[in-house]
Ligand binder design. Structure first.
Ligand SMILES: Cc1cc2nc3c(=O)[nH]c(=O)nc-3n(C[C@H](O)[C@H](O)[C@H](O)COP(=O)(O)OP(=O)(O)OC[C@H]3O[C@@H](n4cnc5c(N)ncnc54)[C@H](O)[C@@H]3O)c2cc1C
Length: 241
């Protein structure tokens, strides 16, 4: 079957942090589209002739229950073609061409084991989709611990939502690490500080999901396998680049 490309309007743009913006696309009513929390789409951006120059993938940051709306959080890289296009060129009312959903970075159906969700920066996007989904349905909620790492307090994404969920759902807790500043209430350092703490227990039936850039994921996989002795099949990751 030929790939279906959608053309969807940007209906809102919001600043989430100094370098990160949220973009919301509206899929037209006539088009049938569904996805699983954790999946991503691939966008065809006007960045060149060849498809490797044009295509960029972005995780869907909201749950599937918001009819025909797709939210993305995109961090701006200095000199990054795609991310600068979003931050500097795209405006409300523009049309984005995209295809998807794709990817197997999803929770197993009927999972009951504890979940440890580890992300840096916009790597939180698929986890936000999963959390929104779990909390919006009458689903069983396993113990969930989300670890979010970023540089400074001002870079924290979805902080209010995480705080709300942690108060509302006793099964959910979260830790935030800041690598570039020391602030009360936050852990100083990288995400690894949290789960490498000798008191941090990773049960045999826990699943560990990692999302972000290769430096964090490579280090985390190595530490988890070699030092925390978790099984390979307990770890799942989504690599942004
Ligand atoms: C599954 C997945 C989900 C992702 N989700 C998110 C998300 O939710 N939020 C987010 O901020 N980022 C996400 N990313 C990262 C995103 O796709 C981009 O890599 C990021 O925005 C940087 O792109 P850029 O164009 O700004 O940077 P660039 O440095 O311009 O490009 C990034 C990559 O694109 C390729 N590329 C670009 N131009 C060329 C060229 N001329 N020739 C060859 N290769 C080229 C290269 O592989 C390069 O490493 C995700 C990535 C993946 C794989």
């Amino acid at each position: 079957m030929p790939t279906k490309w959608y053309e969807s309007e940007v209906i809102s743009i919001k600043t989430l942090s100094p370098q990160t913006k949220e973009f919301v696309l509206k899929v037209s009513e006539e088009e049938i589209f569904s996805f699983l929390p954790g999946q991503f789409v691939t966008m065809d951006l006007p960045l060149g002739e060849k498809r490797y120059q044009r295509w960029r993938s972005y995780s869907i940051a909201n749950a599937p229950n918001q009819k025909n709306l797709l939210e993305f959080c995109i961090v701006r890289f200095e000199d990054g073609l795609g991310s600068c296009y979003f931050h500097d060129v795209v405006k409300k009312g523009d049309i984005i061409k995209w295809k998807g959903p794709d990817g197997g970075f999803v929770l197993p159906e009927n999972n009951t084991g504890p979940l440890i969700l580890i992300s840096t920066g916009t790597g939180i996007a698929p986890f936000r989709s999963m959390l929104q989904d779990l909390f919006s349905r009458d689903a069983f909620i396993p113990p969930i611990h989300l670890i979010f790492g970023t540089r400074k307090e001002e870079d924290i994404l979805y902080g209010d939502e995480l705080e709300y969920y942690s108060k509302r759902y006793p099964e959910f807790s979260y830790s935030i690490t800041l690598s570039r500043e020391k602030k009360p209430g936050f852990i100083h350092g990288y995400v690894h500080e949290v789960y490498m703490n000798p008191d941090y227990n990773i049960p045999d039936d826990a699943l560990i999901y990692l999302c972000g850039w290769s430096k964090m994921i490579d280090q985390a996989v190595e530490l988890l396998l070699l030092r925390k002795k978790v099984r390979r099949d307990q770890i799942k990751y989504e690599l942004y680049g």
